[in-house]
Design a protein around this ligand. Structure first.
Ligand code: EPU
Length: 420
C-alpha cells in the first residue's frame, strides 16, 4: 500500500493546472453506452475512479483507453449488461450504467453498491425514477435486475436533490418513448455537463442548467467528442491548501462560476482572490478569520470540500462551525486531525474547529477521498513530519496530487508500506 510522508511548515506558491472533473467524467463515460461508436472525451483526469470505470466498461466489451487526457471509448460492440460487485463496491458511480443499459438494451444487472465510508448513501431515487419510466426492477442476490421492452416518458420529481439519480434517470429518459418532465433535478455542473453531451448526441432536452428538465425521447443517439469540465473540487482543494499555508497560488483551467461559494468563503476568511478568465489566484498572509460553513447542493458550499475547510480553520482566530447537511456523518477525518493536535468538538452533523491549537506531525489514516485531502493540508500546516496512510483513497480522485503540490513548494513523498 502507499502512504505519504508530508513535511510541515510549508508555504504553497506558484501555478498549477487543474484537471478535468472526476465526477463529470464518471457521468460522461456511461453516456457512451447510449449509442454505438468511438467517443473521444478530452480533459479527462487520470485517476483511479476513471480507471475503475474503464475496467467496468471493459467487462461489458466496451474498450476504453486513456491517452494523456484523451479518453477513447469504443462502444460499437456491447457484449454484457452486467456491473459486477467486485467493481461496484470499489466505486458507487458504477450504478450509472443502469439507466443507459436498460434504456438502450432493455436489460441490466448491476450490483447493489453496499456501504460507504461516510454514512448511508441510498439509491432509491435512481430506482424509482427508472421505474417511473417503465423499467421493471427486482433485487436478487445483491444485484439490481432491470428490464423493459421500451421505456416511456413520464413525470418524475426527485424528493431529494441527487447528482447520481439525476444522471441516471436523465440518460434513460433520452431514449424513452415520448415526453419526460424531471423536477428538482440536481444543479451540479457535472449534471449540466452530461446534459450538454447528451444534446450533442442528439437528445432533445430543454431547461438545461435549471431544476426542471423537459426531455423528448428519440429513437437513437449518435457518438460524439466531448470536453470534460474542470474539476471544481480539485480546484477548491488547491485554493484552500494555498490559503491554509499562507501561500499565493494561481490555478489555471478552472471555471470560477462553479466555485462561487468556495471563493466567497475564502474571501470572508481574509484571502485575496483574483479571477481572470479561466484562472484563479488566491493569496493569504495571515491566520484566517473564522468562517462557518454549511454544505448544500450546488450552488451551495460543496460537501466534497468541507473536510479541507476544517483543516484550514485549524489556524483561525476563533472557532468555526462546519456542518454537513448532505452527509451528516462525513467527519471521519476529525479523529485523525486530533492526532495532529487539533482542537475540534464533534456534535450531530457538524463540528466546531477551535483555531490556534499547536499542530505537530503524526501518523494519520485516510478514511475517504476528501478526508485524505484534509489530512494533507493539515500536515503541511503542522510542524515536523507526518505520514498519511491509505492514500489509495486520495488516488481515486486526484491526479498525482503529491507531484503537483510539490511543484508549488510542498514536500510530500510517496512510499510503500505494509499494513498488518
Ligand atoms: N440520496 C437519496 N436517495 C438517492 C440518492 C441520493 O436520498 O437515491 C441522498 C443522499 O443520501 C445525499 C443526497 O441525496 O444525502 C445527495 O446525494 P447524491 O445522490 O447527490 O450523491 P451521489 O450522486 O452519490 C455525488 C458525488 C459525490 C458528492 C455528492 C454530493 C459522483 C460520482 N459523486 O454523489 O462525490 O459528494 O454527489 O455532491 O458524482 C467525491 O467526489 O468525493 C464524492 C463523494
Amino acid at each position: 500500500m502507499d502512504k505519504f510522508v508530508v513535511e510541515g511548515d510549508r508555504r504553497l506558491q506558484g501555478t498549477v493546472k487543474i484537471s478535468g472533473a472526476k465526477n463529470a467524467s464518471l457521468a460522461l463515460m456511461p453516456a457512451c453506452i447510449l449509442a454505438p461508436g468511438l467517443y473521444r472525451l478530452t480533459n479527462t483526469p487520470n485517476n483511479r475512479d476513471v480507471w475503475t470505470f474503464s475496467r467496468l466498461l471493459g467487462e461489458m466489451g466496451i474498450h476504453a483507453e486513456l491517452n494523456n487526457d484523451e479518453l477513447f471509448i469504443d462502444s460499437t460492440n456491447i457484449t454484457s449488461f452486467e456491473a459486477p460487485y467486485e467493481l461496484v463496491k470499489q466505486m458507487r458511480a458504477s450504478i450509472y450504467v443502469l439507466g443507459p443499459l436498460v434504456a438502450r438494451f432493455g436489460k441490466a444487472r448491476v450490483s447493489l453498491p453496499g456501504g460507504c465510508n461516510f454514512g448511508p448513501r441510498p439509491i432509491d431515487l435512481h430506482l424509482k425514477g427508472l421505474e417511473r419510466l417503465g423499467a421493471e426492477i427486482e433485487v436478487e442476490g445483491g444485484y439490481i435486475i432491470a428490464s423493459s421492452k421500451k421505456l416511456r416518458g413520464t413525470h418524475f420529481h426527485f424528493d431529494v436533490s441527487s447528482v447520481g439519480a439525476s444522471v441516471n434517470v436523465l440518460m434513460a429518459a433520452t431514449l424513452a418513448h415520448g415526453h419526460t418532465t424531471l423536477t428538482n433535478v440536481a444543479l451540479e455542473p457535472e449534471v449540466t455537463a452530461l446534459a450538454h453531451m447528451l444534446t450533442k448526441m442528439g437528445a432533445k432536452i430543454d431547461g438545461i442548467g435549471t431544476t426542471t428538465l423537459e426531455i423528448d425521447g428519440v429513437d437513437d443517439l449518435k457518438y460524439v467528442d466531448e470536453e470534460t469540465i474542470p474539476d471544481r473540487i480539485e480546484a477548491a482543494t488547491f485554493l484552500i491548501a494555498a490559503a491554509a499555508t499562507k501561500g499565493d497560488a494561481t490555478l489555471t483551467n478552472v471555471n470560477a462560476h462553479h466555485l462561487t461559494a468556495v471563493v466567497q468563503a475564502l474571501e470572508d476568511s481574509g484571502c485575496t482572490v483574483y479571477i481572470t478568465g479561466q484562472t484563479i489566484r488566491v493569496s493569504m498572509d495571515s491566520n484566517p478569520e473564522p468562517v462557518d460553513i454549511t454544505t448544500a447542493p450546488y450552488p451551495g458550499y460543496p460537501t466534497d470540500a468541507q473536510a479541507q475547510w476544517a483543516a484550514y480553520m485549524l489556524n483561525c482566530t476563533g472557532a468555526a462551525s462546519i456542518r454537513d447537511a448532505i452527509y451528516p456523518t462525513r467527519f471521519g477525518y476529525v479523529a485523525e486531525l486530533h492526532r495532529l493536535g487539533a482542537d475540534i468538538e464533534m456534535s450531530d452533523g457538524s463540528c466546531l474547529v477551535k483555531g490556534g491549537a499547536k499542530l505537530t506531525g503524526a501518523s494519520v489514516m485516510s478514511s475517504d477521498l476528501r478526508a485524505s485531502a484534509s489530512l494533507i493540508i493539515a500536515a503541511m500546516m503542522a510542524s515536523g513530519s507526518s505520514e498519511i496512510l491509505r492514500v489509495y483513497h486520495l488516488d481515486r480522485g486526484y491526479e498525482a496530487l503529491e507531484v503537483r503540490m510539490n511543484a508549488l513548494g510542498a514536500s510530500i513523498r510517496r512510499e510503500q508500506y505494509q499494513e498488518f
